[in-house]
Write a new protein. Structure first.
Length: 542
């Protein structure tokens, strides 16, 4: 039984993955365990996820045949282990363990790990372009292009930090001027963009942060300081004050991102016209509106974005490479599920419930469908939690999609201040009935792309679409892959005639998505939610 650990030691999004005999057993980001969003927790080794996966699997680092670490910032992190204020004793122990295991340890580049994390899970066996793009790596790259076919991938182009520029930097620095946090809140700006308008002055100012000069090259080099300088002047002019200015800046940032990236991608497609499948990874592709533009451009027949597209996915890319090196990984696979996190038994759930003033009854899908149809807010705590930023039914909050005011009501209950529209999940049988899904249905299982809602459905599901452009970020749900989620949808559909429900992540303002039964029940007893489905029971506060 071959065992491979993939680890990511880096600035943020650190995580651990475990593959056994070519099968992904676990992939866990530290923020779920530490309860601190990764955007607020920098330069911490992934010892929380290592510890929990070792405990859950019974497989320690010492048991592994191979340990691959993505991004050689490990050298920096090892030096910092003894200074870690969270758990100095455990950190020092992990440092010593890795030193003793150095014969099993190897490294891979940041963007190489991104490429592995998407191509080898795409299911694309034909000629595939593999493209990565983010805010930069320790090795000095903003992005890469690789060509792949039949399970063999080769990097053929790099965007160097020294002479190239990063689209991600425009978004990272924008968060600061909005009063938010880079690597955590970029989605808020994207959600705001639809409410703004084109402004030539703003558009041209933003264009000075990153530009494309053809031949697959961006400039100016190392554009973070340039971007900060330009934004500082826009701030003095008041562009980050007041709702209209903030919305207009967001609109022009989104539009320029789409425009400049499509110039680049068009040139890539012209240079490699035989490559008609596209696999994407890196923080830039957390932008689901950009992903929709790419998907609908006609440049590629199908697109896949790995569910953990940002740096949290690097440990999985590393583990995949290790499994390939050993000979366990069988070519290119189609990712079946992102439910790769920790799970809790019914006994553990009931033990927590017994300490609280809650009642329970057996899970009845018809009853759940009825409760949702009546307007109740219901959370689902089911099996292994998701890997990546999206809640996909393991740790989700479900609400009917028919009420336009749901956005305000739900955010108030969850104590959030979100701008992003809520996402729909939809029965696979009706995906192309409600949405225009011309291609790339597989990536829609992981809520990584927007699609346009068909006009006859827009007024039926106002709570889950962006009313400015009638788009939504759907999760297509298949009965054989996610029977609990599908059956709830099906019962609601029978009552309402609508095969769609609102799905948002199960967490309060500023906290990671819930991990444990204790965290889930806390939202029930607090009154954030009306009902909690946990395991095979449904719970209600007394």
């Amino acid at each position: 039984m071959a065992k491979v650990y993939g680890l990511f030691f880096g600035a943020h999004g650190f995580s651990t993955s475990l593959i056994v005999d070519g099968k992904i057993e676990y992939a866990v980001e530290d923020e779920r365990i530490a309860r601190v969003k990764s955007g607020w927790r920098w330069w911490k080794p992934p010892y929380d996820s290592i510890r929990e996966i070792e405990k859950a699997s019974g497989i320690t680092l010492e048991d592994a045949d191979k340990i691959i670490i993505a991004d050689p910032t490990m050298h920096y992190c090892i030096l910092q282990f003894n200074n870690d204020e969270v758990n100095e004793e455990y950190a020092a122990d992990l440092r010593n363990r890795l030193i003793k295991l150095k014969s099993k340890v190897s490294w891979m580049n940041h963007h190489e790990a991104h490429a592995y994390s998407t191509y080898y899970l795409s299911g694309f066996k034909d000629k595939t372009l593999v493209l990565t793009s983010d805010g930069g790596s320790y090795e000095g790259e903003y992005g890469t292009i690789s060509l792949a076919e039949d399970g063999v991938m080769k990097k053929i182009h790099s965007i160097p930090i020294a002479t190239g520029a990063s689209i991600a930097n425009m978004w990272f620095y924008a968060c600061t001027y909005y009063g938010w946090r880079g690597t955590k809140d970029e989605g808020k700006i994207m959600g705001m963009a639809g409410h703004g308008k084109y402004n030539e002055y703003l558009y041209n100012a933003i264009s000075q942060c990153v530009n494309y000069k053809g031949n697959l090259e961006f400039y100016p080099g190392e554009n973070g300081p340039t971007t900060d300088f330009i934004y500082r002047h826009l701030e003095k002019e008041g562009w980050f004050e007041g709702q209209k200015n903030r919305q207009d800046f967001a609109y022009n940032l989104q539009k320029y991102t789409e425009d400049i990236f499509m110039k680049y991608l068009t040139d890539v497609a012209k240079k490699y016209p035989q490559y008609r499948s596209l696999a994407l990874a890196g923080g830039v592709f957390a932008n689901v509106k950009l992903n929709q533009i790419i998907n609908e451009s006609g440049l590629y027949d199908r697109v896949f974005i790995t569910p953990a597209m940002s740096d949290e996915g690097l440990s999985l890319g590393a583990a995949i490479k290790g499994s390939i090196d050993i000979g366990d990984w069988d070519g290119v696979k189609q990712l079946e599920t992102s439910f790769l996190g920790l799970e809790y038994s019914q006994e553990e759930i009931d033990q927590q419930a017994s300490r609280l003033s809650v009642t329970s009854s057996p899970l009845d899908y018809k009853e759940v469908g009825k409760l949702i149809h009546e307007g109740n807010i219901i959370a689902l705590f089911n099996g292994k939690f998701e890997f990546g930023p999206r809640a996909l039914g393991a740790r989700s909050v479900m609400v009917r999609p028919t009420d336009a005011e749901t956005h305000e009501v739900l955010n108030t209950r969850l104590e959030r201040h979100e701008i992003m529209p809520f996402a729909p999940f939809i029965m696979s049988e009706y995906a192309d009935v409600v949405f225009d899904v011309p291609q790339s249905q597989h990536t829609a299982e992981f809520m990584t792309m927007c699609y346009t809602v068909r006009s006859e459905w827009a007024d039926k599901i106002p709570a889950v679409i962006h009313r400015v452009d009638n788009t939504g970020r759907p999760q297509i749900v298949y009965k054989h892959k996610n029977p609990v989620f599908w059956n709830i949808l099906n019962e609601y559909h029978k009552l309402s005639g609508i095969p769609v429900m609102l799905n948002t992540s199960f967490n309060g303002h500023g906290e990671p998505i819930v991990n444990t039964p204790e965290q889930a029940f806390a939202h029930l007893t607090k009154g954030t939610i009306d009902y909690l489905i946990a395991g095979n029971k449904i719970y209600k506060k007394v």
